[in-house]
Design a protein around this ligand. Structure first.
Ligand code: HEC
Length: 121
């Protein structure tokens, strides 16, 4: 008798422990809030961080573009469509083999932000 109740008690305990592990969490955490990152501001920061400023002028970025002029475009005003910009920023030389603009190995999110900053949401 003692044995059987001990076994039943142990089994009950196991069930309890097991169900505690198997039970879904009481409250499912809400999905992470949609990032409200301001893409344009992010692109502006990348324009500095990625060194675009060392060649290009942009009116929104102080001290940018020592080389802007005939050969290096001032990027203050939108000049190309978003599709062109994406391809250009991915690899300038693929579009213009003799360009002086280096390939800056940007990630897709970085390119999205830069395109937004350059005025082509
Ligand atoms: C070493 C200097 C240099 C750097 C750094 C540089 N560029 Fe350029 N970029 C150029 C030159 C030169 C051109 C002109 C392209 C040509 O006609 O050969 C150009 C062209 C462009 C154009 C115009 C494309 C068109 O034809 O409409 C855009 C947009 C641009 N660059 C964006 C950027 C961005 C964004 C960065 C930073 C991620 C950057 N550049 C970094 C030199 C540079």
């Amino acid at each position: 008798m003692y044995r059987i109740s001990a076994i039943l008690a142990a089994a009950g305990l196991l069930l309890l422990v097991g169900s505690a592990f198997a039970a879904p969490p009481a409250t499912v955490p809400p999905p992470a809030a949609t990032p409200t990152v301001d893409l344009v501001a992010q692109g502006r920061a990348l324009f500095v961080a990625k060194g675009c400023v060392s060649c290009h002028r942009h009116a929104a970025v102080p001290d940018s573009g020592p080389f802007s002029g005939d050969d290096v475009p001032d990027l203050s005003a939108p000049r190309s469509d978003a599709e062109f910009l994406r391809r250009w920023l991915t690899n300038p030389a693929a579009m213009k083999p003799d360009t002086y603009m280096p390939r800056l190995t940007l990630s897709n999110p970085e390119i999205d932000a830069l395109v937004a900053f350059l005025g082509h949401g």
